[in-house]
Write a protein that binds this ligand. Structure first.
Ligand code: AMP
Ligand code: ZN
Length: 489
């Protein structure tokens, strides 16, 4: 059953068995960041989700070529066809070259992805490295009659395309609504219809990032690079295309239209869209102004944060929610994730030293089958984690002498946890000093000293310990002499 992966295809709006065009090869494309400022943890959620998809495809034995682009030109303010290029605008603000901006934020992005233990993509193409290919795609779309030139800019003719194809196939937008909803063209706009989009824009005198083309000096439209680089490196159609769901329209809708018009093929067989990371129910976004940076999460240096968390705890927090559901950020959820992560790691440590017997109280194969089934069910990471926690309860019982395990089953469990926790979920053990394990250990010591103080009727010391812990937000709960601790709400 290893290959029965089903994914929810946002193109067909159905859960489908994943059947690559040319197995065992899989071509996977994910829209990467526009490198004009730091990625926020919302962006990271999307990239971590696809890191897990990539890892799981590798686990299933596919030979995956994973392409994730870097947008370093052509993405204009407000994702529109007018205005300044996001990168050159930032370059002016920082008083440096546009390519310095692109390099700085691409490096920052790589550094963050490394801290999250995300695998590097097989190819990470730059939009500026594929200007010739983009010009050639524009030419092909024009040759097919789906684009027109006005004053050195080339626009995609959405209405013409829709006569023979379905513009809106992915996002569900209806061309009639797009046409009636359009603002009246005021004569300043070169487009025939405002739902048309730029494939190539003439560069104004002030526009710094510019290239020669058959239509004069200009620059590519934002949507073009992904159609071009996806088909260049993965063929047409390729297997899987991903991105955040905010990219469905217009970006991905336009990618599809360009490919169908220019290449004559669908861009990708399967589409996956991640849902948004939110704060107080509101989407985290650069334009919304509620961005939390990964570094701030790691060091706690933001007013929204009670304290810092290890990147592995943040990664674990993210995968506890299915990629297609929204995930709301909160300190409480991170604390819970830290505890859960600690429990999982402690269980894994025990796997190295469990005593074995002639019989097992629980089947290790069954647990493995449940983990596989969860992942095969549209990459259900919370389901996998629930199963891994069930396994940890079993491991703890064996360790406490309340259950037994055979040598063979122990080996299966050891491999299962290594495969799933490290390879598929991409988690890593945390250095002892920052782990919640060591926090647990230290608090156990403090609690036992307080118990001793109470037993010898030294209530002043016992109260002092409780008050000092309370001052750092830790409260103690005494249930019939069994003392536990938790962070205050
Ligand atoms: P951008 O650089 O803005 O194009 O975003 C890079 C990726 O992050 C895209 O796939 C976006 O869809 C995704 N993204 C942006 N905001 C969020 C968010 N709040 N939660 C999850 N993914 C996001
Ligand atoms: Zn894209």
């Amino acid at each position: 059953m290893k290959n029965q992966l089903s994914i929810y295809n946002t193109l067909t709006k159905k859960k489908e068995v994943f059947e690559p065009v040319n197995p065992p090869f899989v071509g996977m494309y994910v829209c990467g960041p526009t490198v004009y400022n730091d990625v926020h943890i919302g962006n990271c959620r999307t990239f971590i989700s696809f890191d897990i998809v990539y890892r799981y495809l590798l686990y299933l034995g596919y030979k995956v070529r994973y392409v994730r682009n870097i947008t370093d030109a052509g993405h204009l303010e407000n994702d529109a066809d007018d205005g300044e290029d996001k990168i050159s605008k930032q370059a002016k603000l920082e008083n440096v070259e546009p390519m310095e901006i692109a390099a700085k934020y691409a490096n920052g992005f790589h550094n963050i992805m490394k801290q999250f233990n995300a695998l590097e993509p097989s190819i990470e193409p730059l939009a500026t490295g594929h200007i010739i290919e983009q010009i050639s795609m524009v030419q092909k779309i024009m040759d097919q009659g789906f684009a027109y030139e006005v004053n050195g800019s080339i626009y995609f003719d959405v209405q013409k395309y829709n006569e023979t194809n379905d513009y809106g196939i992915l996002s569900g937008r209806k061309i009639e609504d797009l046409l009636t909803g359009q603002r009246s063209l005021d004569g300043q706009d070169d487009k025939r219809n405002s739902c048309d989009f730029a494939l190539w824009k003439k560069a104004s005198d002030a526009h710094i990032m510019r290239w020669d083309s058959p239509w004069g000096e200009g620059f590519p439209g934002w949507h073009l690079e992904c159609s071009v680089m996806g088909s260049k490196y993965l063929g047409s159609p390729f297997d899987l295309h991903g991105g955040g769901m905010d990219l469905k329209f217009p970006h991905h809708e336009c990618e599809i239209a360009q490919s169908v018009a220019g290449v004559g093929e669908e861009l990708s067989k399967y589409w996956m869209h991640t849902n948004m990371l939110t704060i107080n129910g509101q989407r985290m976004g650069k334009s919304v102004g509620n961005s939390l940076l990964p570094e701030e999460l790691f060091n706690g240096d933001n007013q929204l944060m009670d304290r810092g968390y290890d990147p592995m705890v943040v990664r674990f927090f993210m995968m506890q929610t299915h990629y297609a559901s929204t995930l709301d950020f909160s300190n409480e959820a991170l604390q819970a994730a830290e505890k859960g992560f600690g429990k999982l790691m402690k269980g894994m440590q025990l796997l190295n030293s469990l005593p074995t017997s002639d019989a097992s109280s629980q089947s290790a194969e069954e647990l493995k089958a449940k983990c596989d089934a969860a992942m095969n069910d549209d990459i259900n990471t919370p389901g996998v984690i629930a199963n891994l926690f069930d396994g940890v309860r079993f491991i703890n019982s064996v360790n406490d002498g309340k259950a037994t395990i055979t040598k063979e089953d122990l080996e299966i469990l050891q491999k299962l946890y290594n495969d799933y926790v490290f390879d598929v979920l991409g988690l890593e053990t945390i250095e002892a000093e920052s782990s919640s394990d060591s926090m647990d250990d230290v608090l156990d010591i403090i609690i036992s000293i307080r118990q001793q103080a109470k037993e010898s009727k030294d209530y002043a010391t016992a109260d002092l310990i409780r008050d000092k812990l309370s001052a750092i937000n830790i409260s103690l709960k005494d249930e019939k002499g069994n003392v536990s601790w938790s962070y205050n709400e």
